[in-house]
Design a binder for this molecule. Structure first.
Ligand code: SAH
Length: 574
């Protein structure tokens, strides 16, 4: 990106951006500031201007060509209070304003409609899945209809794990003011209602050929196969063939000309694919009765979760082509929300919450993050004890093609929802894990540095684990001299387990061993207590409940300056 600054403070801030993003940001200079700005705009993929918005707009106005081609422009005011996304908001400008604001410590200013309304922006709708806009012209009027609450019909989106759209956008709208259509068909445009067409990356073209085939011939039979079924070439995601043909210059060139990756498979794998038009002649030649149909189906199955043939094999003198459509893979994000405080929720988790069309979780966790969800997000919350049901629901929704976020507190993989969900999930959905700050780590940072050396997590809940197994692990951790983090330490119904665990640990630890416990770390009513093993066994443990995590030191743990420290044991200390 190009950075333009004139004043001393602007130049100092420009240097901070360049230092923050080496190799990405570069100060552009010119005879006059306007020259520098014009040069940056024409040569760089993004512009940060330390000139006033008015000055920047006046200089750039004659150069503006269109939001899809112009580089985004962000202006920062002289006193470094605001980073304003001036141009190309949805094409990187809004993100850039946020990034600049983060480096300079100022406030990002974003004015594009869908960002202020927090609805999914249409120009990048499904872009991360590979959806492309067939024609950007109707985007503005359809976008206005979506944001105004007009009835908008959504066609063909089922099965694609797309982000949510507001409730006025639905599949069954009889008299829509606008239409959003996801299709790989080159359907004739119907006049009247403004319609945005998205091309999903749903098709795979399988090809076969004789040796020495010309690229033009491969291209022609491919285009004919697509046209025969009325399919859009923008929806083609890849070309596929037999390994033996993967270096065939005509095939390579035909794929490269269209910007499609070429995938290839061994004959034995293609021979195993069920196809409508097998040929014994082909089998005798190359070892599989089908190349084009089998390769298309096989690749589409790999890229999606299942496949169907939508254009059967077509032949020319030296080439064959067939087209398969894939069933998209659903998306399950397993998202840890951290111990409670909003600023301990990782940015990636926030992105995934806003990316999801369905959010599944315990009601109290979902309540914590409801304000972050985009309009139209379906929320499936349930109460304590319904873990298995939530895990099944999340997987079932993802399998049906939704973008699901399954949320849990702390880290969603630590005594939480990730493992039951992944126990049900097959390889037919994509799973994205977002790590969270688990209770032990949140508590440790409040207590000092108790986890500086080896430590073990043990849950004292014997609801799903026999107590003998838990006790065996406590004994092992005691004997192994680990610092021990006790989750689910005590509840009204499970009131003796913590005392028992402390007794077992005391067999291998001195009475003055530090024990820290934190209740509601980073939540309202947070309470941090630093105690000792002896005190805990003499009644201190009564203050512990199911909102508390207990950390018992190893024999090396100490209290230093009122803080719980487990030495790392570096030699340089000696
Ligand atoms: N997935 C969660 C743990 C769920 S088990 C995580 O990674 O943190 C529930 C137990 O975690 C509670 O009984 C308590 O021991 C601990 N816990 C969770 N959040 C806590 C918090 N904010 N403060 C203290 N302990 C917490």
């Amino acid at each position: 990106m190009g950075v333009i600054a004139v004043t001393a403070s602007g130049r100092a801030a420009a240097r901070r951006l360049v230092a923050a993003w080496p190799g990405e940001a570069e100060v552009v200079s010119g005879e006059r500031p306007a020259d520098a700005l014009r040069a940056a705009f024409t040569r760089h993929s993004a512009v940060v201007s330390f000139l006033a918005v008015g000055a920047t707009v006046r200089v750039l106005a004659p150069l503006l060509a269109g939001k899809h081609t112009d580089p985004p422009v962000v202006c920062v005011d002289e006193s470094l209070r605001f980073a304003v996304a001036v141009l190309g908001g949805h094409h990187g400008g809004n993100d850039l304003a946020h990034r600049v604001a983060a480096v300079l410590g100022c406030t990002p200013v974003v004015t594009t409609a869908s960002d202020t309304a927090a609805a999914t922006p249409l120009d990048s709708y499904g872009a991360d899945l590979g959806l492309t806009v067939a024609d950007p012209a109707p985007l503005a009027s359809v976008g206005t209809a979506v944001l105004s609450g007009d009835p908008v019909r959504l066609e063909g989106a089922a099965g694609w794990p797309l982000p949510p759209l507001p409730e006025n956008v639905a599949p069954d709208v009889p008299y829509p003011a606008a239409v959003i259509r996801v299709t790989d068909h080159v359907a004739a445009a119907r006049g009247g209602v403004p319609t945005v067409v998205y091309r999903p990356p749903s098709l795979v073209v399988g090809v076969g050929s004789a040796r020495g085939v010309a690229a033009e011939e491969v291209g022609a039979v491919v285009e004919a196969a697509l046209a025969s079924a009325g399919l859009a070439r923008e929806a083609v995601r890849a070309m596929a063939t037999l390994d033996l043909k993967s270096a065939e210059p005509g095939i390579l060139a035909a794929a490269a000309e269209r910007g499609w990756p070429l995938l290839s498979y061994p004959a034995a794998e293609l021979a195993a694919v069920d196809v409508p038009n097998p040929s014994e002649v082909v089998r005798a030649e190359v070892g599989t009765p089908s190349v084009a149909e089998a390769a298309a189906l096989r690749a589409a199955t790999d890229l999606g979760s299942a496949a169907e043939l939508v254009a059967p094999k077509r032949k020319s003198a030296n080439a064959t082509a067939a087209v398969a459509r894939l069933r998209p893979r659903g998306r399950l994000a397993v998202v840890g929300l951290g111990p409670g405080a909003r600023d301990l929720v990782p940015p990636r988790a926030l992105d995934e919450l806003r990316r999801a069309s369905v959010v599944v979780g315990l009601d109290q966790y979902v309540a914590q993050i409801r304000d972050l969800l985009r309009p139209g997000t379906r929320v499936l919350a349930s109460g304590l004890g319904r873990e298995e049901e939530r895990a099944r629901t999340a997987v079932r929704e993802a399998r049906a093609g939704a973008a699901v976020a399954l949320v849990g507190s702390g880290d969603a993989g630590v005594y939480a929802m990730a493992s039951p969900a992944l126990d049900f999930a097959g390889s037919d959905i994509d799973v994205i894990g977002v790590p969270g700050i688990t209770a032990a780590v949140a508590a440790a940072s409040l207590l000092g540095a108790p986890l500086g050396h080896d430590h073990a997590y043990i849950s004292l809940s014997d609801l799903h684990t026999p107590w003998e197994a838990i006790e065996r692990r406590i004994r092992a951790a005691a004997e192994g001299d680990f610092t021990v983090c006790l989750y689910n330490p005590r509840s009204r119904r499970r009131d003796w387990q913590l005392a028992r665990a402390l007794d077992l640990l005391a067999e291998h630890r001195p009475p003055e061993t530090p024990v820290g416990h934190v209740r509601n770390a980073s939540r309202d009513g947070e309470r941090t207590v630093l105690s000792t093993l002896a005190e805990m066994r003499a009644g201190g443990a009564d203050a512990v409940d199911m909102f508390t995590v207990v950390l018992v030191g190893s024999s090396a743990s100490r209290v230093v300056g009122g803080r719980f420290v487990t030495p790392r044991g570096y030699r340089w200390r000696e």
